[in-house]
Ligand binder design. Structure first.
Ligand SMILES: [Zn+2]
Length: 179
């Protein structure tokens, strides 16, 4: 693994979904900064960037992108999910599952599962990143109080669990590389 990047999705100019005072970008930044601090405890340094995922990451880089969902159509959808590139192998899918599980335990969101990129998805940038280790998470639905409550109240615990899992995954990858 070369570098870990955190994408706090969207930007201050183009904040993504907006729900009351909440914006997707603000929520993503808050979560990303907490996660960055937590990863430092494992000596994992990472860079946070906003906007869309640019081209030209190396295949060994890991990109963790955080969005919020929201359908604003008053449906009953809620919970967190993760999207992986369409060429993602079993290992990537399993890692995606493990990372998502950190966000969906007792303190977390309902688990909406691991999804593979399809043409219908709005996250086309996932196919451009150049890295197979690209994970796009949605931290629950902005238009669902239950999801907002989890994000606002439990994110300290969730980033701890996420960082623990990520560290394990990176250690395993390192061991594979040295084997
Ligand atoms: Zn988004």
């Amino acid at each position: 693994m070369k570098n870990v990047y955190i994408n706090a999705a969207h930007s201050s100019f183009s904040p993504g979904g907006v729900w009351g005072k909440r914006t997707e970008h603000k929520d993503a930044v808050r979560f990303s900064e907490k996660l960055k601090r937590e990863l430092l405890k494992y000596d994992i340094c990472c860079e946070i960037f906003s906007g869309s995922i640019w081209n030209g990451f190396s295949n060994d880089d890991m990109i963790l992108s955080f969005h919020r969902d929201g359908n604003m159509k008053n449906t009953e959808k809620y919970g967190a999910s993760v999207l992986v590139p369409k060429n993602a192998d079993a290992e990537i899918q399993y890692d995606a599952f493990r990372l998502l599980s950190a966000l969906t335990g007792d303190m977390g969101f309902r688990n909406r599962g691991v999804h593979t990129f399809t043409e219908k998805s709005p996250f086309k940038s996932i196919e451009k990143s150049g890295s197979r280790n690209t994970f796009i998470f949605t931290l629950g639905f902005m238009d669902k109080d239950c999801d907002n409550r989890i994000l606002d109240k439990n994110s300290d615990v969730l980033v701890k669990l996420f960082a623990y899992r990520l560290n394990k995954i990176l250690k395993e990858r390192e061991n594979e590389d040295n084997a």
